[in-house]
Design a protein around this ligand. Sequence first.
Ligand SMILES: Cc1cc2nc3c(=O)[nH]c(=O)nc-3n(C[C@H](O)[C@H](O)[C@H](O)COP(=O)(O)OP(=O)(O)OC[C@H]3O[C@@H](n4cnc5c(N)ncnc54)[C@H](O)[C@@H]3O)c2cc1C
Length: 330
Amino acid sequence: MSNNIWVVIENAENDLTELSKEMMNKAKAIAKTLNKKLVAVVSGYNEEEICNKSIAYGADLVLNCNHKLLKDYTTLPYTKVFNEIIDKYNPYLVIFPASVNGRDLAGRLCAKKNLGLVAECSDLKLDGEDIKFIRPTFDGKLFSDIRVTTKPMFATIGHGAFSPAKYDNENKGEIIEEKVELTDADILTEILSKIPSQVKESELIFENAKIIVSGGMGLVKSKNWHLIEEFADALGASVGASKPICDLGICSSDFQVGVTGKNVSPDIYIAVGISGAIQHINGIKKSKLIIAINSDPNAPIFQIAHYGIVADLFDILPKLTEKINKEKNA
Ligand SMILES: Cc1cc2nc3c(=O)[nH]c(=O)nc-3n(C[C@H](O)[C@H](O)[C@H](O)COP(=O)(O)OP(=O)(O)OC[C@H]3O[C@@H](n4cnc5c(N)ncnc54)[C@H](O)[C@@H]3O)c2cc1C
């Protein structure tokens, strides 16, 4: 059971998150090449369905850390449990999601165990038995190749770096019920209630969206943001934004696209009034089709766009929105 490849699973609505599926896909390939087992670590309370699904997504083994005090993520009990299972099983590599909780847990554990962590990797490559951790650096202008000299190796992975693992009910694996010992004394903080997010449903699916319409500084003012929302609504798309738009509070930073925001890989990415700075481009490169709308024919975004529309967005967006809505209602 030691020396294997671990993926820390997160779940949403009785399924693995898209990011967990992406990590599983990459981890499976690494495990196969290195002749190791892929272990999905499921933590929470009564997550049997997630354990079974982890096997369907490719896990050879599932470590089920089941305890009512793990129902919601809080730092201390999760750190305690992961610290213990890592000591017990001594994995080769542990991959965490670069989510809010995944970052928190990975950072805590590495500090506690004095181990190296490569954060927000965009790729993992094999070099013999060794792993090259690739991540953007210098504001996304370079990709550095980092080695971890401590074991187990730890990494966090951001969304969109890999394609998701395929679900296959025929996959076989074993679920190990881990004995979790936690008492109320291990819990210093308690979640008293959860406040549902105010964002629209179309925005919630941002990271998994098939179509994203992103707005940039070409919009100039917050009062023009409705043009992006209306266009996105017409297309059934999610909205996204460049960093300055988020910095100005015009759009929530949850929807910032780019190296310091989210990496996205939709079927169609439409960049409206976005110049195409390297930090933005690096977050959209994996989109299947990129369409850019910009009034400047020399804007760098046109260098990576599959289709470009040189136009004033204030002129063309309302027309496109109207046309799409008309077609839909016809
Ligand atoms: C450490 C660091 C990290 C960063 N991380 C990110 C990141 O994650 N994501 C990100 O996006 N940026 C990031 N940036 C910022 C990045 O460098 C750019 O400044 C930013 O992406 C530019 O945003 P923009 O394209 O919206 O604005 P601008 O560069 O100002 O571009 C506006 C575009 O709109 C066009 N335009 C103007 N008027 C119209 C009109 N009427 N119709 C059509 N087009 C019009 C212009 O021709 C121009 O191309 C980062 C920067 C640093 C230093």
